[in-house]
Design a protein around this ligand. Structure first.
Ligand code: THU
Length: 136
């Protein structure tokens, strides 16, 4: 398990924001902490809605916080959720991360009570489409 001061800070930030999740429908509280190229940690939780499809994943919230805070690139990702199985980003959020991260960026997925799963973005989203495919 990664145990550098940065990893500890990312885990702590993901857990702190997970406690604020608005998830009255699924009761599945998720926290995400991103390390950005500006050295800052940006975090976000899932925000559900009575109109279910309008809810936001924690990854989307964290990315919005990063963009609003001036971060440009994601260099490391922590996802924490309940239980012992690693909570990995959903398919849509893998693509959201792809917009701001290189393929070798590590995504650490935790169920808080279990061992983390550590994958690169490329492992989670192989053969992916990204911004460089579009004409400038
Ligand atoms: N969820 C996230 O926020 N991120 C993930 O990585 C997995 C799932 C949320 C979406 C929904 O609010 C709840 O968890 C149950 O799917």
């Amino acid at each position: 398990m990664p145990n550098t001061p940065t990893d500890q800070a990312l885990f702590k930030a993901a857990e702190a924001v997970r406690a604020r999740a608005h998830a009255p429908y699924s009761r599945f509280h998720v926290g995400v902490a991103l390390l950005a190229d500006d050295g800052e940690i940006y975090s976000g939780c899932n925000v559900e809605n009575a109109a279910y499809p309008v809810g936001n994943c924690a990854e989307a919230s964290a990315i919005a916080a990063m963009v609003a805070g001036g971060g440009k690139r994601i260099t490391r990702v922590y996802v924490t959720g309940p239980g012992s199985a690693p909570v990995t980003p959903c398919g849509g959020c893998r693509q959201r991360i792809r917009e701001f991260a290189d393929l070798d960026v590590q995504i650490i997925s935790h169920g808080v009570d279990g061992e983390p799963l550590i994958c690169t973005l490329e492992q989670l989203l192989p053969h992916s489409f990204g911004p460089e495919y579009l004409p400038k």
